[in-house]
Design a protein. Structure first.
Length: 531
């Protein structure tokens, strides 16, 4: 196994190696470009000499021409070399500053490691102390018991609500029962209506109630609606009691942490972590500056700096004034062999320029690959740090695999993505000896152990969500009961959490009418169960 800090150090060494390789290639390119300028200068000089010979031949006397072209080209080269040397000095200074930042980060990371270990040791000691604290253990047991009761109460209420929904459908689907229920027959709120026909309506309602045994059915249906409400109220009270017990246990955890000075240790850890992050930001900014300097040096390596472009443009104007083909033809027409020698030298210079241009192209290709690899390594180093892979608790399982992966990437055998995937597969988190599920952390409501308090999770809310999902699965697989009155009423309780239906007559959306007859021929309701 290899630590995250050691792996980061190997990445930094790879970046340094790539930077050194880039410096060598850039220097070679710079020398080659300077040599190309000199060859072009010689090319122009020979063209000028050839022109002077031609002028001397036509004038039949030697001509003295003042030559300032070479001086201008030398000036371009001197300016270019001075600017290049200045950039290289800035790059060296920036690299030294970055190295200091990396050293500072290493020291800050060591401080963070020590601070984290202090917090871990203190938390582990506090947990061990609480394991033998009788009052704490009683509170822990009481919290477990309250949580168990709340869970069971919610499950019973949910089951009762589901049964109310299915078993109450038989009552709601019967038109005579629904009619009497809507009119609140059998209660003090019943009003027959009809003015002078009220006695008749009361008599008819009574006959219907007698035929269908409405009083028994109404009592059963009322209990079917009422019991889920009572069970849900009990579940809510149990949930509140469990929440209060957990809060009390959590207060005990926090008090124990405060008594043992964990808060101060956490402040030291947070300060050390903040320091590491600040240095990381400085390293990131330094990396951006290094990229800017490298880009400027790359322009020199590619012959794209202002002095180089000015020299090229100057020489190009000279080429336009003295085309080689025209001067070659003029040399062949003269009796003196000197201009023929100049043309031969021009031909040799052309070969050298072609060979040097090919070498420059090859160096530029290599430099582009080096720059890309260096940028990828820099990005990988930043991603490595931002992903927390360099943190004290981070490690990598197989050191040989990590070292081999970095070497293969530098050799061009694998891609940056493949190296990143290898690091992710090898990464592991070291065990720091703190149980995050200790005490109040074992109830799924967040934990105060393992580095501080986490978010509190409402276990009752989670249970409600799970219950809703299970209820939906049950409905989709089995559907509602369609037994009608031939075996329809009783057998359990259920319904919505909002309580029973006051009217008793509305049919739930999506419900189906029982497949059997709504009333048995001999009258009456079959309860089919207990309430």
């Amino acid at each position: 196994m290899i630590s995250g800090a050691a792996t980061l150090d190997k990445l930094l060494k790879a970046i340094n190696q790539e930077q050194a390789r880039m410096g060598e290639v850039d220097s070679a390119l710079n020398r080659s470009n300077d040599e190309m300028i000199k060859l072009n200068t010689g090319w122009v000089t020979e063209l000028r000499r050839l022109a002077q010979l031609r002028l001397s031949f036509l004038a039949s006397k030697s001509a003295t021409v003042e030559n300032t072209n070479d001086e201008q080209v030398v000036k371009f080269i001197a300016q270019r070399d001075a600017a290049y040397d200045q950039l290289r000095q800035q790059q060296a200074q920036q690299a030294a500053a970055t190295a200091k930042l990396e050293d500072a980060r290493t020291a800050a990371s060591a401080e963070l490691e020590a601070a984290m270990q202090a917090v871990d040791a203190a938390e582990a000691a506090t947990q061990k102390r609480l394991e033998t604290d009788a009052a704490y253990q009683r509170q822990l047991a009481a919290t477990h018991e309250a949580d168990r009761i709340a869970t069971q109460a919610d499950a019973k209420a949910t089951q009762s609500e589901a049964e109310q929904e299915t078993k109450g459908e038989a009552y709601r689907a019967d038109p005579l029962f629904s009619y009497l229920w809507r009119r609140k027959y059998g209660t003090t709120e019943y009003r027959p209506g009809g003015l002078i026909f009220a006695p008749l309506l009361r008599y008819l309602d009574g006959r219907v109630a007698h035929i269908v045994r409405y009083q028994d059915a109404r009592a059963n249906y009322s209990r079917l609606l009422e019991i889920p409400v009572r069970l849900r109220e009990h579940a809510e009270r149990s949930k509140e009691a469990a929440t209060a017990a957990h809060a009390e246990l959590q207060r005990a955890d926090l008090k124990a942490r405060a008594d043992d000075g964990i808060g101060a240790l956490e402040q030291n850890r947070d300060a050390a972590e903040k320091k590491v992050k600040e240095i990381e930001e400085q390293i990131k900014a330094a990396g951006a500056e290094a990229a800017r300097l490298q880009e400027a040096l790359s322009r020199f390596a590619n012959g794209e700096d202002p002095d180089y472009l000015n020299a090229v443009e100057f020489l190009r104007s000279e080429f336009d004034r003295a085309p080689l083909d025209v001067l070659r033809a003029s040399a062949l027409a003269t009796p003196t062999p000197e201009d023929d020698l100049v043309v031969a030298r021009l031909a040799e210079l052309a070969k050298q320029r072609e060979s040097l241009a090919a070498a420059i192209t090859e160096l530029r290709t290599g430099a582009a690959s080096n720059r890309q690899r260096l940028q990828e390594l820099t990005n990988l180093r930043n991603d490595f740090a931002q992903a927390g892979m360099a943190s004290p608790q981070s490690a990598f399982k197989d050191e040989r695999a990590v070292v081999t992966g970095i070497s293969q990437y530098l050799a061009g055998m694998i891609t940056q993505q493949a190296l990143w995937q290898l690091l992710n597969r090898q990464r592991t988190i070291t065990n720091r000896g703190v149980d995050p599920n200790f005490g109040s952390g074992g109830f799924g409501r967040g934990t105060v152990w393992g580095g501080g308090t986490g978010p509190t999770v409402d276990a009752g809310q989670v249970i409600n969500v799970v219950g809703s999902i299970l209820d939906a699965i049950g409905r989709s697989s089995g559907g509602r009961s369609s037994g009608g009155f031939g075996g329809g009423f009783g057998g359990g309780f259920g319904g919505s959490s909002g309580g029973g239906r006051s009217s008793g007559g509305s049919r739930p959306s999506g419900g189906s009418r029982p497949s059997g007859p709504s009333m048995p021929k001999r009258g009456g309701f079959k309860t089919g169960g207990k309430f």
